[in-house]
Design a protein around this ligand. Structure first.
Ligand code: SAH
Length: 358
């Protein structure tokens, strides 16, 4: 951990300030490569780690969409950033309801972290269909695809710009003595036009837009659907959403480079726009709460409770409440769900369709 901080400081001392995007990218590659950050003992907890119901319902979603696609075989079931492999394991178990799906499916996991890959291998060892790992989405073979990404886009680096009298100036990370500090590039970025309000912060998710472009190109050509779930909003909106978390507590993003999780909120409108421009259909945005309720999370909880001890029943109730909690601190409202499909897939479970872009 110390080593990365020293490396970043030496780099800045040598080359000058770096962009926020570069800083996030350096920190997160180190962070994810060196640990399993999930769960109570880690830095943050995700929905699949809270309850098996989350992955199971996404499995049922995949089955319905596969049916609507006309049951192509083979079909690539892809996950971006699969963490411990928990979501995929729960998803695959639920899809055993339809053995034809299991026979058609090839699982592709896109994961950069060697530590988490090992975790995923252990979790998925007896899950059924063949599983392949890839470092980049580009390496996943092309063909009809069903894809899920939970808390993936929020882990990709963004550029940040601040609205000043001079125009939009890129935020940088520099040094004050031995301390990392935020700064600004002197020159404004002319391509971004004139800001309306001084002090606004614009986040530009370069990496997420590239991923979305590649996914959309594939969906338009080969058909399929993607489901993205993340802490985010329907933009445009201005604000600095860069956050660092360590041991479930917010910390200063510059304090411990590579030792804390860094995230930004996802602007789903920008992602959807890439898809619409390439002729795809967008479904949602919905909240995680509405999505899970529409897919029958309450019925699933009730059925799990039939075979549960009183202590397990209490855990199922607590998990259900947490996944669907309302309000500005509740996971059910904070997390949003977006689906993108080939234009011929007119509806998906749990999300309202949007009209096709003209
Ligand atoms: N989806 C999981 C984990 C979310 S954490 C869950 O919900 O529990 C983010 C995941 O994305 C981790 O598995 C991390 O290693 C992976 N990741 C982060 N940046 C990545 C990148 N650029 N390419 C591929 N995977 C990445």
């Amino acid at each position: 951990m110390r080593a990365l901080g020293d490396h970043v400081r030496a780099m800045i001392a040598h080359e000058g300030p770096i962009t926020v995007e570069r800083y996030i990218s350096l920190c997160l590659s180190h962070y994810y490569a060196t640990r399993d950050p999930l769960g109570a003992a880690g830095d943050f907890t995700t929905a699949p780690e809270i309850s098996q119901m989350f992955g199971e319902l996404i499995g049922l979603w995949m089955l319905e969409v596969w049916n609507a696609m006309g049951r192509p075989a083979p079909v690539h079931l892809v996950e971006l950033g699969p963490g411990r492999g928990t979501l995929m394991a729960d998803l695959l178990r639920a899809t055993k309801l339809l053995p034809d799906f299991g026979a058609a499916v090839e699982v592709h996991l896109v994961e950069t972290s060697p530590v988490l890959r090992q975790r995923q291998q252990a979790t998925l060892a007896s899950s059924g269909p063949p599983v392949q790992w890839h470092a980049r989405l580009e390496d996943v073979p092309e063909g009809p695809m069903l894809l899920v990404a939970n808390e993936f886009f929020d882990a990709l680096p963004v550029r940040q710009f601040l609205a000043t009298e001079r125009g939009w100036c890129e935020r940088l990370v520099g040094l004050d003595g031995d301390r990392l500090i935020f700064g600004l590039r002197g020159e404004a970025d002319e391509a971004l036009g004139r800001p309306l309000r001084i002090g606004d912060v614009l986040e530009w998710p370069v990496a997420s837009l590239e991923v979305m472009h590649e996914l959309s190109r594939r969906l338009a050509r080969d058909t399929g659907a993607i489901l993205a779930i993340d802490y985010g909003y329907w933009g445009p909106a201005f604000g600095d959403t860069l956050q660092a978390l360590k041991k479930h507590t917010p910390v200063d993003p510059l304090q411990d480079p590579g030792g804390a999780d860094l995230t930004t909120h996802v602007d789903f409108q920008r992602l959807a726009q890439v898809a619409s421009t390439l002729g795809l259909r967008v479904h949602g945005l919905g909240t995680q709460r509405d999505f899970l309720l529409a897919l029958g999370v309450e019925a699933r909880a009730a059925s799990l409770k039939k075979r549960a001890s009183p202590a397990q029943s209490a855990e199922i109730d607590a998990a259900l409440a947490r996944l669907t909690e309302r309000g500005d601190k509740g996971m059910g409202d904070l997390f949003k769900v977006l689906a993108v499909t080939h234009k011929d897939l007119e509806a998906v479970p749990g999300l309202p369709p949007r009209p096709l872009a003209p």
